[in-house]
Write a protein that binds this ligand. Structure first.
Ligand code: CTP
Ligand code: MG
Length: 394
């Protein structure tokens, strides 16, 4: 008998008062992309196949009004996911406990998330869930600290901490539900104070795995941070360019943009020889200043023989997102005498868009011949160029 599939719920904390932000309302209700800020976290969770439902924890005094706002947002963007609300508590940990209290019976895994961190990616949440196991009941995202950190008392340095052992911790944090509940139970009986949930699991003496966090996953805390919500003011455009060539000859069946091209000439290649995804991957690397595909996945490495190029693309895409880049558009051109690209274009657009997590209208696939000139004209090979536009949160 196979194990029952896990039921994972996200608890989105939106019950703080945002005192340091000093805005006219709690910061999770500030406007961001035509919705209150907390909605962005819900959108990211709702886009994950692993999420079975969402609990929103709202300020008790605003519970009904906030539930109505959520209702309206779900009707605008119907994700088909169950959701619930809970009234928050005085401290963050009280709000988490209130969220846990309304989880449905079947839920066995929980992602606890601060809605003040709107920019985390679904990939991060998935990596956290993947890090859980029978032995590891908790996983958190963290980034190595780059500043030197000192302990200070009354304006004097007490000591300098060993930076190589210090990590700054983010949310979402992933937990097995039973262990997280036991941790909160312990915090109640022992009067423990904690600014994140993992600390309570640590107090239980259970292991907490660390997954690499995302530099873009910042917490909106002060009026200074609020500028991150003003998209135009802080989005720095980035462009990456990629170019790739493959020779025709006995080798591998032709694949373009992950779509098999029946009847197309075979290509000589180490991986699957997808010239379009290679150019696209190089363009993504170009957005990051991340070297090129040959450096990243060397031909000489037998591990990459026959490898599907979509796997290269996925890996580079994860890196791009981790470094705070949001991909917004891809413009691709295939240059070949044969095969004819037209009949395959729509499927290529769809597939590339799905790989990039973009709507199809943000992926252009064009094709041209070189009028019989050069190696493409002589039907000796195929080339592709790609331009990727991304924005970096500055
Ligand atoms: N939070 C909560 N319930 C509380 C306190 C905090 O749900 N009693 C949530 C906040 O809404 C936020 C997250 O926990 O999404 C992280 O807390 P923080 O950044 O400290 O937010 P606030 O407590 O709202 O801000 P401040 O500390 O400046 O008042
Ligand atoms: Mg707070």
């Amino acid at each position: 008998m196979s194990a029952p599939s896990p039921s994972t719920w996200a608890v989105v904390l939106a019950a703080g008062s945002g005192s340091r932000m000093r805005a006219d309302r709690p910061k999770q209700f500030l406007e961001f992309e035509d919705a209150p800020l907390f909605w962005r976290s819900a959108q990211t969770f709702a886009g994950m196949p692993d999420i079975a439902g969402i609990v929103f924890v709202f300020p008790p005094a605003m519970l009904d009004a906030s539930a109505r706002i959520a209702e309206e947002l779900f009707s605008r963007q119907p994700f088909g996911l169950p959701w619930k609300t809970a009234p928050g508590g005085k401290r963050r940990q009280d709000s988490v406990a209130a969220g846990l209290a309304v989880l449905p019976k079947e839920c066995d895994t929980v992602l606890v998330h601060d809605s003040a961190r709107p920019f985390f990616s679904a990939g991060l949440a998935t990596r956290l869930l993947d890090a859980l196991s029978d032995e590891i009941p908790a996983a958190i995202p963290a980034l190595a600290v780059t500043d030197t950190v000192k302990e200070v008392e009354s304006g004097r340095v007490v000591r300098t901490l060993d930076r190589s052992r210090l990590y700054a911790v983010q949310t979402p944090q992933a937990f097995r539900r039973d262990v997280l509940e036991a941790a909160h139970e312990l915090s109640r009986s022992e009067n423990l104070e904690a600014t994140d949930d993992a600390s309570l699991v640590e107090a239980l003496g259970r292991p907490v795995a660390v997954v690499e966090g995302e530099s873009g996953n910042v917490k909106i805390t002060t009026p200074e941070d609020a500028r991150l919500l003003d998209k135009e003011a802080v989005m720095i455009p980035v462009t990456g360019f990629g170019y790739d060539v493959h020779k025709y000859g006995p080798g591998r069946p032709m694949v373009l943009g992950g779509v098999p091209i029946q009847g197309g000439p075979e290509v000589v290649a180490h991986s699957d020889g997808d010239v379009l995804l290679h150019a696209l991957t190089d363009a993504l690397l170009g957005c990051m200043g991340g070297g090129d595909i040959g450096q990243r996945f060397p031909d000489s490495d037998p591990a990459y023989a026959g490898m599907e190029s979509s796997l290269f693309l996925r890996e580079v895409l994860e890196d791009a997102r981790r470094s705070g880049l949001e991909i917004v558009h891809a413009d691709l051109t295939i240059i070949a005498q044969i095969p004819k690209v037209g009949p395959h274009r729509e499927r290529i657009v769809k597939n590339v868009a799905a790989l990039l997590g973009l709507p199809p209208e943000r992926v252009a696939v064009k094709a041209t011949t070189e009028e019989g000139l050069g190696f493409t004209g002589e039907k000796k090979g195929i080339k592709s160029v790609a331009v990727v536009t991304a924005v970096r949160r500055g």
